[in-house]
Ligand binder design. Structure first.
Ligand code: HEC
Length: 117
């Protein structure tokens, strides 16, 4: 287990209060694509539900908030990994100390599998 920061714990508390039910929505079957096989995508999906969905929405989009629609993220893994590790503009939290490279790679496979054309 990695150390979870106090900040993250606070976010989880907030998420619990606003309804953790949205994180347990039934999985929607997804097709594998070039960015990862189904097992990798599924691992990314679990991490996403735990660490990202309370801000970015259970399905990559959270209308009415400042979070960008991740389905429209460009096909640029380097940009994704850098943003997730370092955070962005003080609004997107940095995950470099919390998630391993493999977990971030799995997240990318999941996000890429949902990309809108
Ligand atoms: C505390 C809320 C919060 C959490 C948790 C969060 N994000 Fe974000 N994220 C944001 C916000 C806000 C932005 C927009 C930052 C900006 O552009 O100013 C953002 C931006 C991003 C971007 C940049 C998109 C781009 O076009 O460059 C990516 C990628 C991203 N988030 C992925 C993730 C992933 C993956 C996770 C889970 C590990 C995650 N986020 C967790 C709030 C959050």
């Amino acid at each position: 287990m990695k150390t979870v920061s106090i900040w993250t714990a606070a976010v989880f508390t907030a998420a619990a209060m606003t309804g953790i039910a949205t994180m347990t929505m039934p999985a929607i079957a997804q097709q594998a694509n070039a960015d990862g096989d189904q097992a990798t995508i599924d691992k990314g999906k679990v991490t996403y539900a735990q660490k990202c969905s309370h801000c970015h929405g259970p399905n990559m989009v959270n209308s009415g908030t400042v979070t960008p629609d991740l389905r429209t993220h460009p096909d640029d893994k380097t940009r994704f990994v850098t943003t997730v590790k370092q955070g962005k503009n003080g609004k997107m939290p940095p995950w470099g100390d919390i998630l391993s490279d493999e977990e971030i790679s799995d997240l990318w496979a999941f996000v890429a599998s949902r990309r809108k054309p």
